[in-house]
Write a protein that binds this ligand. Structure first.
Ligand SMILES: [Zn+2]
Length: 54
């Protein structure tokens, strides 16, 4: 089960490997950062999400 890159909570998986949340990419990197639904709600823009990633 994937973990949120921001809060480390486990992310619920829906059908077909879709997660309840989103996946963000850093510019110029192919690394995927799963983000949970709650953090997605807290940080509305991709820029805010990226700023919270390590
Ligand atoms: Zn989270």
């Amino acid at each position: 089960m994937p973990k949120c890159s921001i809060c480390s909570n486990k992310i619920a998986e829906l059908f077909l490997s879709k997660i309840k949340g989103t996946i963000v990419h850093k510019p110029g990197s192919s690394t995927q950062y799963p983000v949970c639904f709650e953090c997605q709600k807290k940080f509305k823009t991709k820029e805010e999400l990226l700023a919270k990633l390590n």
